[in-house]
Design a protein around this ligand. Structure first.
Ligand code: HEM
Ligand code: NAG
Ligand code: NAG
Ligand code: NAG
Ligand code: NAG
Length: 325
């Protein structure tokens, strides 16, 4: 075969590999099987958030953890069984709040009763839609979701090891872990702004404040407020709002906080402290529509991570919390 043909063949193979990863993921995937699925999920999620506002942060974080541990396949929702410790029970105690799981379970129940028949929509897609919907309910950007994920067949605590970022990570560590998931540094910075909603337990940031020398990248006034709420020996169940200024709004206040030394986690504040990422923080602090556009693009990329569309690798779970038998 001539060189030109070999190059063409290689290019086609590369294209096939890229397409293979997301071949069947698309907007409107259920338009024939359950045309109202997005409205059904939206209504169930709105009711859940009305009853339990903390479901906003809980659901967004659940989606992130799902996608970073063997792909967006709802494996994070599986409960442990006699002989298997599932992802959600990893020893690191991920402290995933129960209301995120409950949001998916409630939306799944609504989908199963209101679609033409049960079990047409994957739990992974329901989590993707629910995440988009809680963000909208918190006045964040509206965006179309790609659908067509299958639910994974495996959920094992050991698969969590090394795949989720600890709050102590620096910029290079964060960038590398997101790159391993096909996400750029800009995606990582945009997605970190999910910390504009939700809670963090004292133990995730007391290393910055309960020391003789408070972390110099933190505003001293903010540090003393945090120390008052999280003194040495505090009950480990105490959690504080991550964005102390607009804790319930999905906005760009996160970046404005970073400019003021009011990022709660080391991994938050480092985005401003490190001069390589500071220009992006400054740009999105100044322009919320630019932030929203970057966030929507990054969420779409996050939703593509490790997606399964091959029926040998996944299915549609009858109960989101239990593998089909
Ligand atoms: C960049 C690296 C990240 C690190 C180191 C990190 C770390 C953390 C930590 C330690 C908490 C507090 C958990 C607790 O104490 O209960 C937290 C909460 C949260 N994270 Fe992240 N996170 C990161 C990225 C993300 C991303 C990409 C998203 C989503 C797109 C996200 C969404 C959330 C949300 C919404 C909460 C609040 C959860 C709630 O209120 O229940 N995080 N994160
Ligand atoms: C769990 O253990 C039971 C009893 O030993 C066995 O029947 C079952 O197949 C096991 N399940 C899995 C998922 O390994
Ligand atoms: C994990 O968190 C739960 C709920 O906060 C708590 O009851 C449990 O003791 C924690 N487990 C470990 C190993 O820290
Ligand atoms: C934000 O940036 C866009 C271009 O991306 C520009 O059109 C808009 O005027 C900017 N808004 C503000 C408030 O600077
Ligand atoms: C990253 O993208 C490549 C090429 O599209 C794909 O083969 C790979 O599976 C993706 N990785 C993840 C974690 O999604």
């Amino acid at each position: 075969m001539g060189a030109g043909i070999r190059i063409l063949a290689a290019a086609l193979l590369a294209l096939a590999a890229v397409r293979g990863a997301t071949a069947q993921l698309r907007q409107g995937y259920y338009s024939a099987s359950c045309p109202n699925v997005e409205a059904i999920v939206q209504a169930a999620v709105a009711l859940k958030v009305q009853q339990t506002p903390v479901a906003v942060g809980a659901t967004v974080r659940l989606f992130f953890h799902d996608c970073f541990v063997q792909g967006c396949d709802a494996s994070v929702i599986i409960v442990s069984s006699g002989n298997n410790t599932a992802e959600k029970d990893h020893v690191s105690n991920l402290s995933l709040a129960g209301d995120g799981f409950d949001t998916v379970i409630k939306a799944k129940a609504a989908v199963d009763t209101q679609c033409p028949s049960p079990n047409l929509v994957s739990c992974a897609d329901i989590l993707t839609m629910a995440t988009r919907d809680v963000i909208g309910l918190a006045d964040g950007p509206a965006y179309p979701v790609e659908l067509g994920r299958l639910d994974g067949l495996v959920s094992t605590a050991s698969n969590v090891d090394g795949n989720l970022p600890p709050p102590s990570f620096n910029l290079d560590q964060l960038t590398a872990m997101f790159a391993a998931n096909n996400l750029s540094q800009a995606d990582m910075i945009a997605l970190s702004a999910a910390h504009t909603v939700g809670f963090a337990h004292c133990g995730t940031f007391t290393g910055r404040i309960q020391t003789a020398a408070v972390d110099p990248t933190m505003d001293p006034g903010y540090a003393s407020q945090l120390l008052a709420a999280c003194p040495a020996g505090v009950d480990p169940n105490v959690a504080l709002e991550i964005d102390p200024v607009t804790p319930h709004a999905f906005d760009n206040q996160y970046f404005i906080n970073l400019q003021k030394g009011m990022g709660l986690l080391t991994s938050d504040q480092v985005l401003y402290a490190d001069l390589r990422s500071r220009p992006t923080v400054d740009a999105w602090a100044a322009n919320s529509s630019d932030f929203e556009a970057a966030f929507v693009a990054a969420m779409t990329n996050l939703g593509r991570v490790g997606v399964k569309t091959d029926p040998a690798l996944g299915n549609i779970r009858r109960d989101c919390a239990v593998l089909n038998s």
